[in-house]
Ligand binder design. Structure first.
Ligand SMILES: Cc1cc2nc3c(=O)[nH]c(=O)nc-3n(C[C@H](O)[C@H](O)[C@H](O)COP(=O)(O)O)c2cc1C
Length: 202
């Protein structure tokens, strides 16, 4: 037996619950930005995907909250710059804590005592302990629907990898060494689990 739900019967929160339960596991972009006044900001976003290979582009979907744009979205629109950090499993607690809502003048980076490294090409700082950090320039923001969903596409200007997660001769990322955090529905997260190798196809 299948349960069927007509999408037209759903409000935004109900649809969010279904989508985030179904689109699993999701990777997490841990996004650091700077406000126009120079306040640093950090928050996790799991509506996150690759968009283009040449030039490399990534996309994150940032929703509005109580009708207001989130600080990350405001900062990206004002400065056109952001860093997508990829956290490792041992950073789960601090990553989760960085999602807490704070006024724009509060820096989650300072509040959580996270060490940063200056970016090479852009102003927002990188999270020093994150094994991957991608410096991005806003390419385009595309609004979708009527509940404030905004898809931010950024061109990756520079990739930074912790030494042990990349083989520089083959440009191969070791996703096991990366130990990424996966987001499931509701309050759940997961680690990588079993890795299986298959012959290339297509
Ligand atoms: C693991 C995780 C993933 C999240 N993914 C998203 C997302 O994809 N889009 C979104 O709008 N909010 C997402 N959130 C909620 C934001 O992180 C949260 O609203 C945060 O306070 C935004 O911070 P800001 O106002 O400083 O930008 C996520 C939260 C967690 C814990």
């Amino acid at each position: 037996m299948l349960e069927t739900i007509q999408a037209s019967s759903l409000d935004a929160i109900e649809a969010y619950k279904l989508l985030t339960g179904v689109i699993v596991p999701r990777p997490i972009a841990w996004v650091s930005t700077l406000s126009a006044h120079g306040v640093s900001n950090l928050a996790p976003f799991s509506y996150f995907t690759g968009v283009s290979n040449k030039p490399p582009m990534v996309g994150i979907n940032i929703g509005h909250e109580r009708g207001m744009r989130k600080d990350t979205g405001t900062n990206i629109l004002q400065t056109k710059e952001f860093v997508v950090n990829i956290a490792q499993w041992s950073q789960l607690e601090v990553l989760h804590a960085s999602a807490e809502r704070h006024p724009a003048e509060v820096s989650e980076i300072e509040l959580l005592g996270l060490a940063t490294t200056p970016s090479v090409h852009i102003k927002p700082p990188r999270i020093a302990q994150a094994p991957v950090q991608m410096e991005c320039r806003l390419h385009q923001m595309i609004p979708f629907g009527d509940a404030g969903s905004e898809f931010y596409v950024g061109e990756v200007i520079a990739f930074h990898f912790r030494e042990d997660v990349i083989d520089m001769t083959k440009l191969r990322v070791d996703s096991v060494a990366l130990e990424p955090i996966c987001r499931l529905g509701g309050p759940f997260y997961a680690g990588l689990g079993e890795k299986v190798k298959m012959a290339p196809r297509g």
